[in-house]
Design a protein. Sequence first.
Length: 277
Amino acid sequence: MNANGRRFDTGKLVIYLLVSLFASLSLFPFYWSALLATQDTRSIMGMSLRFGSHLLENYRGLEQQVPFTRSLLNTLYVTAMATLTSVLVSAAAGYAFSVYQFKGKKVLFTTLMLTMMVPSVVNLVPYFFVIKSVGLLDQFAAVWLPAGVNIFGIFLVRQYVSSSLPSEILDSARMDGLNELQIFLRIGLPLMRPALLTVAIVVVVDTWNNFMLPLVALQSPDKQILQLVLRSLSGATATPWNLVMTGSFLAIVPLLIAFIFSSKQMMESLTRGAVKG
């Protein structure tokens, strides 16, 4: 017991220490990436723990080795298209599964959920033949179109709408003369904003870090994305680790910024969507 007569809560102290430890472990890779991005190869091999002054120099060297800026723009375009498509499809499908009753609804929804259990690598060979047969090979659309049907996004929006939109509100809107499209646009979409933001963040991270689909679909040098370009820096005999770490650090920064500005809404939609099944 302290001087103010309050009991010292050992349990809370242990929890705070554990949370701080896990938070430090989670943040350490970002710190380490930023540290190595500022060093030259000799400092990296020497395991120096001091921030260097070679970030700009490393970036120039990175541009000389690979088309980093072009690949960054390509990745931004693919990620933006994938996110927009996925948000639209998730909003429409998730709202429909939550609000409407139609034949085969449960079977269709269950089937969609089961597809989440299939490892993505299993689909690579069929994926290649499909995009080749429809003329999408070596096209950006071959990467961002598959994200258009995001099963997790559909599930999340469906759960969120089910727990947040009472049927009485929909009935009242219909009595006021609104048609189904107007109800969706004026009531459904504003309500789904936190859930859609979560879907957007998930798709952004998944698309930004996607390696296998671009590897299979994109062949032209001017259509490479960040993951492929950074992978090409690894050589059989020597790898310029200062350039690799600089590229990796610069590739992480946009994701960190996106998460910082949207983490609150993301947690809100995840917790609210878990209230009702």
